[in-house]
Design a protein around this ligand. Sequence first.
Ligand code: ZN
Ligand code: ZN
Length: 128
Amino acid sequence: MIKRLKKGSNVQLSAHVHSDEIDCPCDNPGCTALFYESELLDAFEEFRLVWSEPITINSGYRCPEHNSLLVSPGAATSTHIIGHALDLKIPICIDFAWACHEANEIFDFVYEYPETRTLHCDIYYRGD
Ligand SMILES: [Zn+2]
Ligand SMILES: [Zn+2]
């Protein structure tokens, strides 16, 4: 289910995800909301449980203005603007290839950035 909060709500959203981690980081005055799909956080928790290691969320929700400024290649980045995507930084203690494999089992779409040990992970809209 898609959820809408005010930006800066400062609340714990799931066992290991705080709203600060997925708020849009921009300073645009029109950027006042946080959207996220609750199933996305469920998937993140499932992914994290494989190792029980902290996994940094580099990017979660992005307002359309902020997203348009980013030069990341690929149309997949647009799912950040509807709260369906997380960019995850895989720590050194976790084998990157294993992380990719597990992510592909849990999320609906994964794009791998091995040079930065980052995974773009998203889930498809399933209807509420
Ligand atoms: Zn923004
Ligand atoms: Zn992404």
